[in-house]
Design a protein around this ligand. Sequence first.
Ligand code: P6P
Length: 337
Amino acid sequence: MQKSKAVTIQRHIVEQERLFPKATGDFTGLLWDLTLAAKTISREVNKAGLAEILGLTGEVNIHGDAVKKLDVYANERICKSMEHGGHLCVMASEENEDVIPIPDEFPKGKYVLMFDPLDGSSNIDANVSVGTIFSIYRRKTTGRDATIEDCLRKGMEQVAAGYIVYGSSTMMVYTTGQGVHGFTLDPSVGEFLLSHENIEIPSKGKIYSINEGNAHTWDEGTRRYIAYLKENDPSTSRPYSLRYIGSLVADFHRNLLYGGIFLYPADYKDPKKPKPKLRLLYEANPLAFIVEQAGGMASTGKERILDIQATELHQKVPLIIGSKEDVLLYEKFFNQK
Ligand code: P6P
């Protein structure tokens, strides 16, 4: 890991903004508001294990505040942190059925924020890493109010994407199309400090991440690919190691740094009606933008994730993402007749 240059994320964002001569600072403000929400969620996630001890399990906590499930808390925290800054025209969340309009009392901006507030939250009680994933687009419509059309986009239109992983430390990883950069939260000063500049994913890994318990639902190509990875052939760096946390951000983050492939293929029990699980707008698109910026690849097996035109807010897609050579090889197996 590179030595931290004690560059805060705020300073890094300003430096990134300087790369865009026409930038107005609006984008910088948006990302700053997001980092504040991240710090607040990190504090709550890290306290979660103390719920019993701190008396946070009742309807009302020791401060008299209503206690919420952490994913509900994270969702509300992001909405409250982002709605008043004047940077956004609309938001959409994995937790909300419909788009989230900016309240009339607040100024509207030119950006769209879509997010998964706390992915993997079912793992919280076991103290497993969880994460927030976000995606930013420029507004597309020109009417008075933004609409769902501003959210139903192709991932290639993103202007920024990132995630916060709440693990042994809290890290924020983001891209604005100028490479991928990681920041580690120093809780003693409450700042995200640059710890991983210009992250590049190895072109080929030795790790595969998939829920082997779903093997009975896999298509033939996926089945043959996973069997191939498990064959003993040191000349082609096989067998691979299976690493599967069951928390997308944690699995993705490890593979981004070490190399490897994460697979969540569709359930093919009914070959005529494949059923994917992960969401295009809140999970696949932001991670696909990040991995491509880091030199990797993200595919459904058939097509590039970032080329998919979203038609529904909660549209699901198969997600095969990670080291380029590994994803390319998967595509060969998946498309073999
Ligand atoms: P499974 C968590 O619920 C999640 O959405 C992702 O974070 C994770 O990668 C996936 O689902 C795990 O799903 O079916 O393997 O438990």
